[in-house]
Design a protein around this ligand. Structure first.
Ligand SMILES: NC(=O)c1ccc[n+]([C@@H]2O[C@H](COP(=O)([O-])OP(=O)(O)OC[C@H]3O[C@@H](n4cnc5c(N)ncnc54)[C@H](O)[C@@H]3O)[C@@H](O)[C@H]2O)c1
Length: 383
């Protein structure tokens, strides 16, 4: 079978997301499965060019995976005649200028979220990409998680009747770094470095709510920095200047009310690190990363409030698991495959920079709503 090599500049590949999810679990996994069949039956074959700031780390990483192409010189990588795609998994602050350089070099661009640090910059990147006529996409991995795929299947199948509300609970305890090392990078907790849970998570909630339920019409949020000081990777104490928890309320078109708590200062007594409960007139569902459970109106119990009695019903046991019914691959890999087919075959790819800009906009307006203590309508972006 003939191969179609696709050179991909991977910037930020030494980071958590760049290495594990995008290089190993997506692009190398596609090579391990023998390539990705294109429309005409040839095999799309990713050829990563690793880019970062630390030559030793890049060399080690390349060697570990039998790769030969790496550099600390982004411009040189973008100028190579054998690359077609630029991918960005750097810290968010470095993203805009690197994407702009990639667009100027005529490459197609795929990027981690958020697309940019503010809405104006995200809109400008979207316009620049359109003007240049390149293909562009933003990671929206949560859409491809088994739990949310099952939830989408329920929505599409009319399981809920009229959907009334969505309640999301996301988070876990991120250690402060003093007596146990933090399991997230320290820049996440510094505003000046592009940190904060709103900027990190609202772009995800934007596409989850919009694509599973309905467009978002307004946002309200209360945010907090619950843990004011932390200890970084080098063991130095620093002030946490960014929000580490956000309690958001979103009104969706059609009257659905969505509330999502996001926190790095919460302990998990749930089945998964994120869970969404959807209540509708005909049934309810609770979906996590992998699992999804439902309760139909016909099997809904009738509890009566009486604090004098012990719990009368095994509430958790009254839900039914939604079966897989299909194989689920890694969500990042699934979206990479769709982007590669978009580039090679011109297949549809709706998760573009315009979609990414709406995610940035929700984060920006969420922060404004919190600052001003009010509900903010979400205007359509002029793209
Ligand atoms: N889709 C998701 O679920 C998801 C989850 C986490 C993070 N992300 C996004 O991925 C991106 C990377 O996050 P991460 O958690 O992998 O971060 P990380 O700190 O682990 O990695 C950051 C990468 O950027 C590089 N970098 C370039 N310039 C830098 C600078 N000036 N300072 C520090 N690092 C610099 C680092 O070398 C490293 O390779 C962020 O934009 C984040 O929003 C997405």
């Amino acid at each position: 079978m003939s191969r179609i090599p696709i050179g991909i500049v991977l910037n930020g590949v030494t980071g958590r997301m760049g290495y594990r999810q995008h290089l190993v679990r997506s692009l190398l996994a596609i090579r391990e499965q023998g390539g990705l069949p294109s429309r005409d039956g040839s095999l799309i074959w990713p050829e990563p060019v690793l880019v970062g700031r630390n030559a030793d780390k890049l060399a080690q990483l390349a060697q570990r995976h039998g790769l030969t192409e790496w550099t600390t010189d982004l411009d040189a990588a973008l100028a190579r005649s054998d690359v077609q795609i630029y991918f960005d998994a750097q810290v968010t602050q470095q993203r805009e200028k690197a994407i702009r350089a990639a667009i100027d070099a005529g490459l197609h661009v795929y990027t981690e979220k958020p697309l940019a640090e503010d809405t104006d910059a995200a809109v400008a990147l979207c316009r620049a990409a359109r003007t240049a006529g390149i293909k562009h996409g933003v990671v929206q991995d949560k859409l491809f998680l088994p739990g949310l795929r099952k939830l989408k299947r329920l929505v599409d199948g009319g399981f809920f009747g009229r959907i009334l509300s969505v309640r999301g609970e996301f988070g876990y305890w991120v250690f402060e770094g003093d007596w146990q090392a933090a399991q997230r990078p320290s820049w996440n907790y510094r505003s000046a470095d592009g940190g904060g849970i709103v900027v990190d998570m609202f772009p995800h909630w934007q596409y989850v709510l919009e694509q599973l339920f309905a467009p978002i019409r307004s946002v309200q949020a209360t945010i907090a920095t619950h843990i004011p000081s932390r200890v970084d990777e080098a063991g130095q104490a620093y002030e946490a200047t960014a929000d580490d928890a956000a309690y958001g309320t979103f009104e969706l078109e059609g009257g659905i009310v969505a509330q999502i708590n996001s926190s790095w200062a919460v302990r998990v007594r749930r089945d998964e690190l994120v869970e969404f409960q959807v209540d509708g007139t005909h049934g309810s569902a609770v979906a996590g990363l992998r699992e999804c459970h439902v309760q139909h109106r016909g099997t809904t119990p009738k509890p009566v409030w009486n604090p004098d009695l012990p719990v009368t019903e095994p509430f958790r046991a009254q839900w039914q698991a939604v079966p897989d019914n299909e194989p689920f691959d890694n969500g990042f890999k699934v979206q990479w495959e769709l982007f590669l087919r978009h580039v090679v075959d011109g297949a549809d790819f709706p998760w573009d920079f315009a979609a990414g800009a709406r995610g940035v906009q929700l984060a920006e307006l969420g922060l404004q709503a919190a600052r001003e203590g009010r509900r903010i309508e979400i205007p359509a972006l002029d793209l």
